[in-house]
Design a protein around this ligand. Structure first.
Ligand code: ZN
Length: 339
């Protein structure tokens, strides 16, 4: 009852990459880099298991960024043709590469990383991939007629990668779609359709993470403009509930998303974000349990998974560790209470 997991990234230690930064540069190259990434992933997996996180992940220790880390190995993308593009509906600018011909997966992208994590994790393992719509919002298009066309091409590639991860023994494959709430109308139509394509034929559990972004200043400023109640999800939750995805991850801790909206996901398991990633204050177990209790008013307890709001990458290492421990303790507290 009420298993625990994390939404995405974890901080990288200062011996692996520059800390407290997104897109941080690596401190090693070649084989030394892989070794350092593996050590960091192992540390995080063991730590998660020690504090009661049931479905663990590498926390993106093997990639610089959750989108570009996947795209680096895909053919059809010109990394010399970098464009400054307003992403997430112009919320912030990013330097992005350009799709110049049909995209193709040359071979495995995250297979080695997943195999390594599988060899370490004692229980269930989750692996995250960028969602098709978010990829298309983080890359310039100079080849496909439309964005949905490009998204579907990426969905096919993601499906091949996901099938490989499943064969390696990954238990949950999660697609990260923070672009969904920047483009809610499109999310309800081709966004969900592409997700369905990305998970076609998978027998493992599948999830999508949607969110209002990392706790970085651009997102904090943007959230200020959204009003007192964030109801954007209402636009596409019905479509998402009708999709084949089994789990939906969203932020609920200190969030202005009315928790009642999860009632629109009645056929899904909901990964209830109970850890605020935009604050350095470590939650108490009681605070975590309180968020989960609110969620239980709108969904049966069997459909609730305790999770973080989003990735913890920009946070200091000790804060992130404290927050994971609070998540584990909060879920334990609630389980004990529920008997
Ligand atoms: Zn997120």
């Amino acid at each position: 009852m009420i298993p625990t997991t994390i939404a995405g990234s974890l901080p990288k230690p200062d011996w692996l990459a520059e800390p407290e930064k997104l897109w941080a540069a690596w401190k090693h190259e070649g084989a030394a880099l892989v070794e350092a990434q593996q050590k960091s992933a192992r540390d995080w997996i063991e730590y998660q298991e020690s504090v009661g996180i049931d479905i663990v992940s590498d926390g993106e220790q093997f990639r610089k960024h959750f989108v570009h880390g996947f795209l680096e190995d895909i053919e059809g993308i010109d990394w010399n043709l970098m464009t400054t593009m307003g992403i997430r509906n112009d919320r912030y600018d990013a330097q992005v590469p350009t799709v110049t011909s049909k995209v193709r997966r040359k071979g495995s992208v995250h297979g080695d990383a997943a195999r390594y994590c599988r060899s370490i994790a004692m229980g269930q393992l989750k692996f995250t991939l960028p969602g098709p719509m978010t990829i298309c919002d983080t890359i310039a298009n100079a080849h496909y007629d439309t964005r949905p066309d490009m998204a579907m091409a990426f969905a096919e590639i993601l499906n091949d990668e996901a099938k490989e991860l499943e064969a390696i023994g990954v238990d949950v494959i999660q697609f990260d779609e923070p672009a969904f709430n920047a483009f809610t109308t499109e999310a309800a139509t081709w966004g969900v359709e592409c997700l369905n394509r990305a998970i076609e034929g998978l027998a493992c559990k599948t999830a999508v993470h949607i969110c209002y972004g990392y706790g970085i200043q651009e997102n904090i400023d943007w959230k200020e403009t959204l009003g007192s109640e964030w109801r954007q999800y209402e636009d596409f939750f019905p479509a998402l509930n009708g999709s084949n995805i089994q789990q939906v991850s969203l932020e609920c801790a200190n969030s202005k998303v009315p928790i009642s909206l999860i009632g629109l996901l009645k056929d899904k398991e909901v990964l209830v974000g109970s850890i605020d990633v935009a604050s350095r204050t470590i939650e108490t177990p009681e605070q975590v349990a309180a968020v989960l209790r609110e969620a239980m008013k709108h969904l049966p307890v069997e459909q609730i998974v305790a999770c973080t709001n989003c990735g913890l990458a920009p946070l200091p290492m000790d804060v992130a560790r404290g927050k994971l421990a609070a998540l584990g303790a909060g879920a334990r507290l609630l389980r004990a209470e529920l008997g």
